[in-house]
Write a protein that binds this ligand. Structure first.
Ligand SMILES: [Zn+2]
Length: 438
């Protein structure tokens, strides 16, 4: 068995491998070598299923194949260029019990705690009640096919997992002013996603004799219109309601009633929240849209014949992509702009909070992480977990690793870091979950 210090050394070795998405096979090969050295029981005992690319899928045989568990994470990280890093991003420097480095919280902590838990349980001679799979994509950060390759294997082999657990929410340290407990944000749903190209066309020509309503001007008017108006109406979804009600349980007694009231006010809350706080309030209750890319002419003195902007949409669970895009089309028409859907998926279904998968996950949190209350969480961003949704009974997006609000800001940014003690606790959580799982 590894000591806590040895846990941290294993984890540091993983962070020291710069497995940037699509950086090259050699980086992932080196990473796999580290995994093989650090988690020998997994490599010796589990069946390694070859899927291609650098995707890793392991099967740990249980007493039954009825209620399989899939523990997911991704091996790849976003680049660590730019920004003001305190330490070299792949040094995994430890300072005052905090480990700094790219991937420490997104999400080599998830990968480490799941594989370490399995490795240790194998060493202890434990045999799981049901089959356990470890599924680690190599290309989550650019929405690559890794997780789908694993999903297709499950489908082809008739495996319908009971619970799938992936990265997503974390344990948020309590804000003393408002909370009595730390809250584990358990992702129960992720919003839908679309990239929509808005294209304006015109005659083009020399910039010295400009006409009115050129493509870029019309796109500008359309963007300004969308920013000024509430294009997609805010609504209270089941997931948002569950989240507010769950949060009530970690608030100071005086605030609990207020939170429950806010949840029950439904549409009124949904309408007011984005006005009070558009950073959280808007994505929580609305389909959001933001303009992320644009292109016009190829020279500074040319009026483009065609210009485009990309609108990135995140669909609320209460909205269908079809209705939202139809609405956008109607607005775009006013400005003589065409709409082309590049990529589109609906919001995921919500995990059943009364189902046995969610319950067992929540119980393990209460048992393994003292002072922590699980709270359902509506995820604004996406994870690989959605790929498994169609074949799994329950999909949960959470790594119970304690993070401060400041640490959360390190996601995809400089000075990404995680507390060493939290990484250790996380291994304990996955061991508890797997041992108790029925
Ligand atoms: Zn991630």
């Amino acid at each position: 068995m590894k000591s806590n210090e040895e846990y941290i050394e294993s984890f540091r070795r993983m962070v020291q491998q710069p497995t940037v998405t699509d950086s090259g096979h050699e980086f992932f090969e080196a990473f796999h070598k580290v995994l093989e050295e650090e988690f020998p029981h997994v490599f010796e005992t589990c069946e390694r299923i070859e899927l291609g690319r650098d995707v890793l899928l392991f099967k740990w045989k249980g007493k039954s194949d009825q209620k399989a568990v899939v523990l997911m994470a991704h091996q790849d990280v976003v680049p660590a260029v730019g920004g003001d890093w305190k330490y070299e991003p792949y040094s995994a420097t430890v300072e005052d019990g905090v480990i700094y480095g790219r991937g420490t919280m997104d999400c080599k902590n998830t990968l480490f705690s799941t594989i370490q838990a399995v490795d240790e349980l194998i060493e202890e001679g434990f045999v799981p009640e049901h089959d356990v799979y470890l599924s680690y994509s190599d290309c989550e950060e650019n929405s690559g096919p890794g997780a789908e390759m694993a999903r297709d294997w499950f489908k082809a082999h008739g495996v319908r997992p009971n619970v799938v657990i992936d990265e997503g929410g974390a344990i948020l340290r309590k804000l003393d002013k408002f909370m009595v407990k730390d809250a584990a944000a358990v992702g129960i749903l992720e919003k839908g996603y679309a990239d929509v190209k808005l294209i304006a066309r015109g005659e083009g020509g020399h910039s010295s004799q400009p006409p009115k309503r050129t493509p870029i001007a019309r796109l500008g008017q359309l963007i300004a219109y969308c920013e000024k108006h509430t294009v997609f109406k805010p609504k209270m979804s089941k997931a948002a309601k569950a989240m507010i009600k769950g949060l009530a349980n970690v608030l100071k007694p005086g605030l609990r009633g207020l939170a429950k009231c806010v949840a029950n006010l439904g549409c009124i809350t949904a309408r007011l929240a984005p006005k009070i706080n558009d950073h959280y309030g808007k994505p929580m209750f609305e389909t959001t849209m933001v303009f992320t890319m644009c292109e016009g002419a190829t020279a500074p003195n040319v009026i483009p014949q065609e210009a485009w902007v990309n609108a990135n949409l995140r669909f609320a669970p209460t909205d269908s992509s079809e209705k939202c895009i139809a609405k956008l089309r109607k607005i775009a028409k006013k400005f003589d702009v065409e709409v082309e859907v590049v990529k589109c998926r609906e919001a995921s279904p919500m995990a059943d909070l009364t189902g046995d998968g969610y319950k067992q996950f929540a119980d393990a949190i209460r048992k393994a992480c003292p002072g922590v209350e699980p709270v359902p969480y509506l995820m604004f961003g996406g994870t690989d977990c959605r790929t498994m949704q169609e074949i799994a009974t329950t999909a949960i997006r959470c790594t119970p690793c304690r993070l401060s609000f400041k640490q959360l800001g390190g996601m995809h940014a400089s000075n990404e870091c995680v507390d060493a003690a939290s990484v250790v606790e996380c291994v304990g959580f996955f061991k508890t979950f797997l041992k108790d799982y029925q």
